[in-house]
Write a protein that binds this ligand. Sequence first.
Ligand SMILES: [Zn+2]
Length: 149
Amino acid sequence: MTVPKYTSEFLAKRFLNSNRDHIREKLPIKDPKGQRARDYQQKMLRKKAKEYLPYRLEYYAKLYGYRYDEVKLSHANTRWGSCTSDRTITLNIGLMKVPEQLRDYVILHELAHLNHPDHSNAFWAEVELHDKNYKKHRKVLNTMYNPGV
Ligand SMILES: [Zn+2]
């Protein structure tokens, strides 16, 4: 009897296919289909964010004369953005799911941190300079949206 070369691969694949559901059950992921959908959604969101957020940040930085060193994207569960003392601005890819004016508010908020590392009155005055409705935007963002979703 001759055994075709592809047999072992074929059998391995068949084994994987017939046991796939069983193997999945062993994984800690409770809902594999939902998890895959979320992974895909996050991948697309990251792609969209990469093509948009760095340019939007650059646009406002140029418009209002800010200088930052680097922009990073994150998908943190708790924050929309951050700004470090070495002038790195991080923006959450979840911003692609919120209305533009709220997205812009976060960008302007992080840019203002380049001059004020705190949330002092001077900081908020600078945010207000570029976003007159920042209080409303901040409130809507914090009550209606979640960066982790
Ligand atoms: Zn802040």
